[in-house]
Design a protein around this ligand. Structure first.
Ligand code: R1P
Ligand code: URA
Length: 304
């Protein structure tokens, strides 16, 4: 395939390089998940008309686009980690017109006593990354890990997600607070691995001291909140808003990092389905006050 433009590679028919979507294949409302199996489970809730559009990109992104209760929605599985969130947000923003709402349904570890099977709706997120220079030969660096400032979720979306998940699972099962997005499942989440020098033995003490409001650890939410904060008004018809992406996140607790308990994976499918419904309901309640992407010629167009 020939890609024009090394700055933002795009194929002759308008597909982006990694996610491979073109205009009319992704909607303004998106649920993003890590696991493709989770995305396929959620795609089963889409309306039967029009038929669900599916695409597997050569780089492992999976998209399902259709309608939920008549509202156009996309579900996009991105795999794991900060760079995958960056690929996804930038490439999808490039092919969708109008404001966007992106909600992550992920999994996480808890730091606040939340049990496996409970939920996090982070009102903000920091990134916690390995300070690579600390580990360099002859390094004089003092800190093995760096923590960024907080980036907020959309307040309305966080409220909606908390409300919908509380209705589905009970108020006491849904937790708010600051999320930590780490650049490793292992070292920068405080997991001990004797095969590597990680200098992370006191990482939880550092977190408790520097960020006592932290409730969860995972690997993508920060980049979603960060990029939403950094979007410009470029694709909006009436450029009265600074930011064109509204975002929120909800995560199922898979690991209790205080008691070291891990989720029984046999309960995950039903947990994802029930949580998925709550996320869909939050997503369709988002009401943009600008024009959204043209339906004519899109994969979610209803043809009578
Ligand atoms: C690690 O197991 C993965 O699970 C979490 C982390 O953020 C990381 O991607 O989220 P997902 O279940 O959405 O992938
Ligand atoms: N995902 C993570 O990134 N960390 C956990 O502990 C569980 C899920």
């Amino acid at each position: 395939m020939v890609f024009a433009n090394a700055n933002f590679p795009t194929s002759a028919d308008g597909r982006t390089y990694h996610v491979e979507l073109k205009r009319g294949e992704a909607t303004n409302r998106i649920i993003t998940v890590g696991d493709p199996a989770r995305a396929k489970r959620l795609a089963k809730f889409l309306d039967s008309e029009p038929a669900v559009f599916e695409l597997n990109s050569h780089r492992g992104f999976y998209t399902a686009t259709g309608r939920y209760k008549g509202v156009p929605v996309s579900i996009i599985a991105i795999g794991m980690g900060i760079p995958m969130m960056d690929f996804f947000v930038r490439e999808v923003r490039a092919v969708v017109d109008g404001p966007m709402c992106i909600i992550r349904l992920g999994s996480c570890g808890s730091l606040n006593g939340a049990k496996p099977g409970e939920f996090m709706v982070p009102t903000s997120s920091v990134a916690l990354t390995r300070n690579y220079n600390y580990f360099a030969p002859g390094s004089k660096e003092q800190k093995p890990y760096d923590i960024t400032m907080e980036f907020p979720a959309d307040e309305e979306l966080s409220k909606l997600l908390t409300q919908e998940l509380s209705e589905a699972f009970g108020k006491e099962q849904v937790h708010n607070g600051v999320n930590i997005t780490a650049d490793s499942f292992y070292s920068s989440q405080g997991r001990v691995d004797e095969n590597f020098t990680d200098a992370n033995e006191d990482l939880f003490d550092v977190i408790r001291k520097e960020l006592p409001t932290a409730v969860s650890l995972e690997m993508e939410t920060f980049m979603l909140y960060h990029l939403a904060h950094c979007t410009t008004s470029a694709p909006l018809v009436e450029k009265k808003h600074q930011q064109s992406i509204h975002c929120g996140a909800s995560m199922m607790v898979f690991a209790d990092r205080v008691t070291n308990q891990f989720i029984d994976h046999s309960i995950v499918p039903s947990l994802e389905e029930k949580a998925g419904r709550a996320v869909f309901e939050s997503l369709i309640k988002w009401n943009p006050d600008e024009m959204v992407h043209e339906e004519h010629g899109s994969v979610w167009e209803v043809k009578n």
